[in-house]
Design a protein around this ligand. Structure first.
Ligand code: FAD
Length: 311
C-alpha cells in the first residue's frame, strides 16, 4: 500500500501549481498530477501574457508556467506528469488511480483540472492560436488595436467579448450560426446599439486564410445557401463556450448544470470534506491566470486548515 499523503493536487495550471507551492511551504509535501500530455495547462498554448502581475515586459505563457512549477518544486512539491484516471473521494482517505493503475492515497485533494475552450474544429485554428485567433478578449484584445475582428458566437460571452473589443478594434463582426442570438436582451441591445458592431446571422466560419504565420482573412459561409464570402479580418475571437474538465468527478462531487464544480464560496470546499476546487474548473466568470492562481492559494489554505482540524 502507498503511503497516505496529506495533499494531492490534480492539474498543472496556475491553480494547481499555486496550490502546490502553498502546501509545500506549509510542509505538507504535496504531490501534483499534472497530465501526461498537457503539462502546464492552458497558458502553455499562448505566447505573450501581459496581464500577470510582476512581469512589466510581459512573459511567455510556457515560461510563466515553468517558473510556477520550479517555484513549487523548490519548496518540495513532487510533480508527476501523469493523469488521474479514476477517483474514490468518499472516505476520509481518498483513492486516486493514475494511468498505470497505481492507487495513490490522500487525506485532501485539490481539484484544479481547468476547463477547455470549445473549438470550431476547422483547419488552421490551433496553429493560428496566438497569431490572430483567440478565445479571450480580456487576455488578447489589446493586441488587436485598429484591426477588423470577427467574433463567433451568439451567447452572453460573445456579446460581452464583441462589446469589449470595440475599445480596440476598427470593426467587429459577430458571426452566428442561427438567425437569432441566445444572449440576454440587455447584452444584445448593448451590442446592437454599438456602431462598430455588425452581425452576420445564419453564417459560419468556413476557412481561415493565412498570411505567413498570421491570420490573414476569414472565409464565411451562409449555412442555408452555402454561399461564401471573404472578410478582411485579421482577428478571430471564438466565444462558443467552455467545457470544465469534471467528468472524472461526476457522481461524487456536486456539479452545476454546465458541469462546473460547485464550491461553498467564498471557500473552495466541495460537497465532500477534504476535497477542494480551484481555478477555471469552478469559475464561470473570471477565467484568468491570476484568478486561478488566487483560488489555488485559497484551496491550499482551506486544505491546510482541514488537516489541522484532524490532528
Ligand atoms: P488550466 O490552466 O486549464 O490547467 C489545468 C490542467 O489540469 C491542464 O494541464 C489539464 O491537462 C490538467 N488536468 C485536467 N484533468 C487532469 C487529470 N485528470 N489528471 C491530471 N491533470 C489533469 N489568462 C490570463 O490571465 N492572461 C492571458 O493572457 C491568457 N491568455 C490565454 C490564452 C489562451 C490561448 C488560453 C487558452 C487561455 C488564456 N488565459 C489567459 C486563461 C488562462 O490560461 C486560464 O484562466 C488559466 O490557465 C486557468 O488555470 P487553471 O489552473 O484553472 O487550469
Amino acid at each position: 500500500m502507498s503511503e497516505i499523503r496529506d495533499v494531492v493536487v490534480i492539474g498543472s495550471g496556475p491553480a494547481g501549481y499555486t496550490a502546490a507551492l502553498y502546501t509545500a511551504r506549509a510542509q505538507l509535501r504535496p504531490v501534483l498530477f499534472g497530465s501526461s500530455v498537457f503539462v502546464g495547462g492552458s497558458l502553455t498554448t499562448t505566447t505573450e501574457v501581459e496581464n500577470f502581475p510582476g512581469f512589466p515586459d510581459g512573459v511567455d505563457g510556457p515560461d510563466l508556467m515553468d517558473k510556477m512549477r520550479a517555484q513549487a518544486e523548490k519548496f518540495g512539491a513532487e510533480m508527476i506528469d501523469d493523469d488521474i484516471t479514476d477517483v474514490d473521494l468518499t472516505g476520509p482517505v481518498k483513492l486516486l488511480t493514475d494511468s498505470a493503475g497505481t492507487v495513490h492515497r490522500a487525506r485532501t485533494v485539490i481539484v484544479a483540472t481547468g476547463s477547455g475552450y470549445r473549438k470550431l474544429g476547422i483547419p488552421g485554428e490551433e496553429e493560428l492560436s496566438g497569431r490572430g485567433v483567440s478565445w479571450c478578449a480580456t487576455c488578447d484584445g489589446f493586441f488587436f488595436r485598429d484591426r477588423d475582428i470577427v467574433v463567433v458566437g451568439g451567447g452572453d460571452t460573445a456579446m460581452e467579448e464583441a462589446t469589449f473589443l470595440t475599445r480596440f478594434a476598427k470593426s467587429v463582426t459577430v458571426v452566428h450560426r442561427r438567425s437569432a442570438l441566445r444572449a440576454s436582451k440587455v447584452m444584445q441591445n448593448r451590442a446592437f446599439a454599438d456602431d462598430k458592431i455588425s452581425f452576420a446571422f445564419d453564417t459560419e466560419v468556413a476557412e481561415l486564410r493565412q498570411d505567413g504565420p498570421m491570420l490573414g482573412g476569414i472565409l464565411l459561409r451562409d449555412v442555408f445557401t452555402g454561399a461564401t464570402r471573404d472578410v478582411a479580418a485579421t482577428g478571430l475571437f471564438i466565444a462558443i463556450g467552455h467545457d470544465p474538465r469534471t467528468d472524472l468527478f461526476r457522481g461524487q462531487l456536486d456539479l452545476d448544470e454546465e458541469g462546473y464544480l460547485k464550491v461553498a464560496a467564498p471557500t473552495t470546499r466541495t460537497n465532500i470534506p477534504g476535497v477542494f476546487g480551484a481555478g477555471d474548473v469552478v469559475d464561470h466568470t473570471y477565467r484568468q491566470a491570476i484568478t486561478a492562481a488566487g483560488s489555488g492559494a485559497s484551496a491550499a489554505l482551506d486544505a491546510e486548515r482541514y488537516l489541522s482540524a484532524l490532528t
